[in-house]
Design a protein around this ligand. Structure first.
Ligand code: C2O
Length: 577
């Protein structure tokens, strides 16, 4: 074959459009105990493959994932793929006792799902008790092969996952809190990629360092996997451009600080300085707090370091590169709700031709739920007192004053097998049974009711839901997470939602689309979504303490008539309770 012919064939192959076929990716996650030391405390923690945080999982839009989770720890386990839509594959969603029974010690389960119409940064985490404190990792979905980002291709992509470190065993912390009825102990440090950084005792060597070249663009994939804290994040002397939230492209905007709630993810572009700055920069995060309880008010810092060019290295040969000045960012005050509001108002769907915002314009059902704290009576016998807001009460939390009781059988199986009787009630109220002035002086009676109530929706119902914070035991921002869907945040405000006035100001053009929304402290958020995914879908506050207290419920979306509108049958290895 002549060289020219060969060349012709070769270039032909190169010029052909890349086939965009999807593949099946296999992963094995072994849940095992691992000794880890932070803040000079060594403990044996529940880890993924012996790693803390867990390994980064990568897929492309359209791929099928087969992830075998093997439980080698004494605890029951289940893993949630936070933000994955799980179209018709609710069996693979992961919340324990909602879509599956937990995987018991020595057992395994293969999570089998396909990523449809999603690309961006998400994460996975344990979804039982407080095990997600240490069982979490990035889940990165690249666009289909050959499909570009709607922004210039970054030089490098770097996941930065925020977490919380507890010197004690988080399982013991929540167990104790549930027994006493009091607030659980707070974390000892925040972490970036598992590392607390130089502002903590004993931790300078456990610092996340990001080494960059001047004049390049880096895509930071920020993930808040902390248990109980929304976080402000800022890089000294740099601004970033927000381009994505919860795996949805947004209208790019610049900011020097971002706010990220547990369960949220945000991609930002970091443009490095055009030339070597002879300095290093802290990348810091600390909490945004609106509640009245105690909290971890410490600061995690990573370090942004510039790689000196050969020339700079020579120039600096006499001075030590290590002794460069270190700049620190100024973060908003811990309770800066003004910043929070401004930031969340900047988030808009990209709403381009390729990435339209398909906001439901007609609404079939409107719901109004309150979210907030409350109390249960102290259940201690023998006159022992509790450590709730008073010594005769225990902390609780609720949606529309129903504190959700975890069932002992998985809801999805119960529904699918027609054996829901005695497991759940299909009656969740469309609005609170006893209305009150939600953000005014709280009522004298703060007791919640307890139950396992589901809201049932016919297939393809178009839903509008207003979530209203209450002032019971203090107003507080609640990051509400919905499984199985993205929703559009069509409105937000402070005070009580006004059904006559507020809808007039809804944004139905380019509202942010996401899976977790911080309901403003002492305010409300209105969301819309199309219930086009049959299954049982958990919705809860992503502050783990509030979930534990009952700020959770589930939606049951029924099958549609067509074969492709039905929940797929359960996998054979689905764990049993
Ligand atoms: Cu990221 Cu139900 O949770």
């Amino acid at each position: 074959m002549g060289f020219q012919l060969l060349l012709a064939i070769f270039s032909c192959v190169l010029l052909l459009p890349q086939p965009a076929f999807a593949i099946t990716r296999h992963y094995t996650l072994e849940i095992k105990m691992q000794n880890v030391t932070r803040l000079c405390h060594t403990k044996s923690l529940v880890s993924v493959n012996g790693q803390f945080p867990g390994p980064k999982l990568i897929a492309r839009e359209g791929d099928q994932l087969l992830i075998k989770v093997v439980n080698q720890v004494p605890n029951n386990i289940s893993i949630h793929w936070h933000g994955i839509r799980q179209l018709r594959t609710g069996w693979a969603d992961g919340p324990a006792y909602i879509t599956q029974c937990p995987i018991q010690t020595g057992q395994s389960y293969v999570y089998n799902y396909t990523i449809v119409g999603q690309r961006g940064t998400l994460f996975y985490h344990a979804h039982i008790s407080w095990l997600r404190a240490t069982v979490y990792g990035p889940l990165i979905i690249l666009p289909k092969r050959g499909v570009p980002y709607p922004f210039a291709k970054p030089h490098k992509e770097v996941p930065m996952i925020f977490g919380e470190w507890f010197n004690a065993d988080p399982e013991a912390i929540i167990r104790q809190a549930t027994q006493t009825g009091g607030g659980p102990n707070v974390s000892d440090a925040y972490t970036i990629n598992g590392l607390p950084g130089p502002l903590y005792n004993c931790s300078a060597k456990d610092t996340f360092r990001l080494r960059v070249k001047p004049g390049k663009t880096y895509l930071l994939r920020l993930i808040n996997a902390a248990l109980n804290d929304e976080l402000f994040f800022s890089i000294a002397n740099h601004t970033v451009t927000v381009v994505e939230a919860d795996a949805i492209y947004v209208k790019p905007f610049e900011t020097d600080t971002i706010l990220i709630a547990p369960g949220q993810t945000t991609n930002v572009l970091l443009k490095t300085k055009p030339s070597y700055p002879s300095a290093s920069f802290f990348m810091s995060a600390r909490p945004y707090v609106t509640g009245q309880g105690t909290f971890d008010n410490s600061t995690v810092a990573g370090i942004l370091e510039y790689e000196p060019s050969k020339q700079t290295k020579d120039d600096h040969s006499r001075t030590k590169i290590k002794n460069l000045p270190l700049f620190k960012p100024t973060l908003p005050a811990l309770n800066d709700t003004n910043f929070a509001t401004k930031f969340s108002n900047k988030l808009r769907s990209l709403n381009s031709k390729n990435f339209p915002a398909n906001v439901p314009l007609n609404v079939d059902r409107k719901f109004f739920f309150t979210v907030g704290l409350g109390t249960n009576p102290c259940n201690h016998k023998n006159n022992q007192t509790c450590q709730g807001p008073t010594n005769t009460t225990m902390f609780a939390a609720s949606i529309s004053n129903i504190s959700f009781t975890m069932p002992t059988k998985a809801l999805l199986q119960s529904h699918y097998s027609g054996q829901s009787h005695g497991v759940y009630s299909p009656k969740f109220p469309w609005s609170p049974i006893v209305p009150f002035n939600y953000t005014g002086t709280p009522p004298n009676n703060t007791m919640v009711s307890n139950g396992t109530n589901l809201m049932v929706l016919p297939y393809n119902t178009s839903v509008e839901l207003v979530m209203q914070d209450t002032s019971i035991l203090g107003a507080e921002s609640h990051p509400l997470h919905l499984h199985g869907f993205n929703f559009f945040v069509v409105g937000q405000g402070f005070g009580n939602f006004d059904a006559n006035k507020d809808p007039k100001n809804f944004n139905l053009v380019d509202p942010i689309e996401r899976n977790t929304i911080g309901v403003p402290s002492g305010g409300w958020a209105a969301i819309r979504f199309l219930a086009d995914n049959p299954g049982v879908w958990f919705m809860h506050c992503h502050l783990e303490v509030h979930t534990s207290w009952g700020l959770r419920m589930a939606w049951l979306v029924l099958d549609g008539d067509k074969p492709d509108q039905k929940l797929l049958p359960p996998p054979a290895d689905l764990p049993k309770c």
